[in-house]
Design a protein around this ligand. Structure first.
Ligand SMILES: [Fe+2]
Ligand SMILES: [Fe+2]
Length: 136
């Protein structure tokens, strides 16, 4: 599976959000590395825990920008986040439950979903965010 790599074309116009996206990419790559190296279940669980928590941190941050400034696309975007959180929780529970083989499937799903979400949905708020910064 190809590694996730953040490229400037994925920038949303907010340096902190971009850094969070990079951290998420790094965590997903780590999950995939652990699967490949067949390292201990404990470490795999730690990365899955960290990912589940960090997804919350990042989504909460994005959503707080939407609600603070009234992003018109907020409802649909938040719905996408909710669906993803449900899926992450499902994978996470299976890893905790001792199904390490699921790590590959989890890394694959996260990778596809997140790259698509950033490229399509997160990038969509970029012009709105830029307008906010100008005080419009
Ligand atoms: Fe995002
Ligand atoms: Fe998002």
């Amino acid at each position: 599976m190809a590694r996730l790599e953040w490229i400037p074309a994925l920038a949303v116009g907010n340096a902190e959000i971009d850094e969070e996206h990079k951290t998420l990419f790094a965590l997903i790559n780590k999950l995939d590395d652990l699967r490949m190296s067949e390292m201990g279940r404990r470490e795999l669980r730690d990365v899955a825990d960290e990912l589940a928590k960090y997804v919350h941190v990042h989504f909460t941050h994005e959503e707080s920008l939407f609600t603070a400034k009234g992003y018109p696309g907020a409802a649909g975007h938040i719905e996408e986040h909710r669906a993803f959180i449900g899926k992450v929780a499902e994978f996470h529970a299976r890893i905790i439950g001792g199904d390490p083989k699921i790590a590959g499937e989890m890394a694959n799903y996260l990778r596809t979903w997140l790259s698509r979400h950033i490229a399509m949905s997160d990038r969509k708020y970029r012009p709105w965010l830029a307008d906010q910064a100008k005080g419009n």
